[in-house]
Design a protein around this ligand. Structure first.
Ligand code: SF4
Length: 495
């Protein structure tokens, strides 16, 4: 019978972030926050990338367990594979000193064993190095003389052209040198974490910057319960060290803030004063200039994009945000409004960008301003389309030249009401300015869900009512541009 392991690679990493995070995970798992569909989609994408990367070393022996609960099977299988002379092992699993690690690919080459860990990110992070260090420590202590350990990550510069070229899609980066300085600390850290886990009570650790570094902790719902929904942590643009300094001095609510001290800039003070006095701040001359600068007809435009680790369409890169949908409300000078929209077919064999470009150019006409919310996003996507289709350069540049940003009055706090709670996103501004309109009645309520949902549809992984969900996507994007029309009307009315 094998000794029961106390730690895995991921729980070790949890312990490095916060010992309480490790303890709660092991002893109070039920307190963990629910995983969001977006996080789940990222996780699934990671698993897919891991499997694809195995093709860099084809025909390996798979040491995966028959179920997640039977991980010890993998330790046995790995040992047997090595004894039987296998030279490529997937999910090679090792256990030493109460730590169990599963490595994505272990390869025996002429000069010795090499370890490869796959990450779906596009660069090697500090956490990846820590992760590789605990793997290296465990594997060499199991008697495998590792020559090298590498991280295989996505090459964000790869451009798909035909079938996926996995040699180009992935970058293999040796991290052997970078882990060396971490190795001497590991035995001490393991002992410390084991001791923490043996304690009868939860470690007494308060909230701090570690709650979101390097990852957003999945026990925030539990540890942050005492922080009200709107607090000093919501002061816009205030950096974390300042927020936690305030918190450590007992300041959580706006009432506790010393308004005479100098740690808040004028916009942050405006947010605090607005909340304390329940007061709106409206800079009419600035808003007047903004509104008078707009030229009819007004085109209210919004894009939705999707991105995947492994590019789906030719001439696209990993994680590139690709347009698949837009909504366009056109408001004439006589207040007549029309709506146009485009939603791509969710088919991996049909690149939506050309039809999107042609339709958009046609529907945007030639005169009038095109109003977006956060100009850099739409402008960036239009510039991507110019790079892809130089034949539309002149027309797309004309669209870009007509763009105006409706977020500006809110970003610059020319218009601020307490309900905006320091936020200038359209989701915060709409209910504050147009109380009878929100996103709450929609099935898809925010852009990330739209993006993930469409991505799943294209990948053929979507489970649900296809037609109903396409309707929901259309409704969501339409709400964004309708919201802009309404926000614009409110701004106009105050003049
Ligand atoms: S929320 Fe913060 S304090 Fe609580 S377990 Fe996570 S990292 Fe630790």
């Amino acid at each position: 019978m094998m000794e029961k392991y106390a730690l895995s690679k991921s729980t070790f990493i949890r312990g490095l972030q916060c010992k309480k995070k490790l303890y709660l995970y092991k002893h109070h798992y039920n307190l963990k926050d629910n995983i969001s569909p977006q996080s789940q989609a990222i996780f699934n994408q990671g698993s897919k990338v891991g499997i694809l990367a195995q093709d860099l070393f084809p025909n390996g022996a798979d040491a995966s367990p028959s179920s997640h609960f039977k991980i010890q099977e993998s330790v046995v299988k790995t040992k047997e594979f090595i004894e039987n002379g296998e030279t490529i092992i997937y999910e090679a699993t090792f256990q030493f000193n109460g730590v169990l690690v599963a490595l994505d690919v272990l390869v025996k080459q002429k000069d010795g064993w090499k370890a490869y860990e796959v990450k779906s990110s596009s660069r090697v992070s500090d956490t990846n190095i820590k992760d590789a260090a605990i793997q290296y420590y465990t594997i060499i202590n199991c008697g495998i003389k590792l020559k090298d350990i590498s991280i295989i990550h996505i090459n964000s510069q790869y451009v798909k052209d035909g079938d996926i070229n996995i040699q180009k899609l992935f970058t293999i980066e040796s991290v052997s040198n970078r882990i060396q300085q971490l190795l001497p600390e590991i035995p001490k850290q393991i002992e410390e974490f084991k001791k923490v886990l043996l304690n009868k009570s939860v470690p007494d650790i308060g909230i701090g910057e570690h709650c979101s570094k390097p990852y957003n902790c999945d026990f925030k719902g539990h540890c942050w319960k005492h922080i009200p929904e709107y607090s000093i942590f919501d002061i816009s643009g205030l950096r974390n060290p300042k927020k936690f300094k305030l918190y450590e001095n007992g300041v959580i609510n706006f009432e506790q803030i010393d308004l005479h001290s100098s740690y808040l800039n004028p916009n942050q003070l405006l947010q605090v004063n607005s909340e304390l006095e329940n007061k709106s701040f409206i800079d009419k001359p600035k808003i007047k200039d903004f509104i008078e600068d707009l030229n009819y007809p007004l085109y209210f435009l919004d894009f939705e994009t999707m991105s995947t680790a492994v590019p789906i369409f030719n001439y696209s890169r990993p994680y590139q945000q690709l347009v698949f949908q837009y909504s366009l409300h056109i408001l004439n000078v006589d207040n007549q409004i029309t709506h146009h929209q485009y939603l791509a077919e969710s088919n991996p064999n049909i690149d939506p960008r050309k039809t999107f470009t042609k339709r958009l150019i046609k529907e945007c006409g030639n005169t009038g301003d095109i109003i977006v919310y956060n100009i850099s996003f739409e402008r960036g996507k239009l510039e991507d389309l110019i790079n892809l289709y130089p034949e539309y350069k002149t027309k797309l540049n004309k669209v870009i030249a007509r763009l105006k940003d409706l977020a500006v009055p809110f970003k610059k706090k020319w218009y601020y009401v307490p309900e905006m709670k320091g936020n200038y996103t359209i989701k915060a501004v709409l209910p504050a300015l147009v109380p009878n309109m929100s996103y709450l009645d929609l099935e898809i309520k925010e852009g990330e869900t739209a993006s993930t949902t469409f991505g799943l549809m294209v990948n053929g992984q979507f489970k649900g009512d296809y037609n109903k969900t396409r309707e929901a996507l259309l409704e969501y994007c339409k709400r964004d541009t309708l919201a802009m029309v309404e926000i614009y009307s409110v701004l106009k009315k105050i003049l």
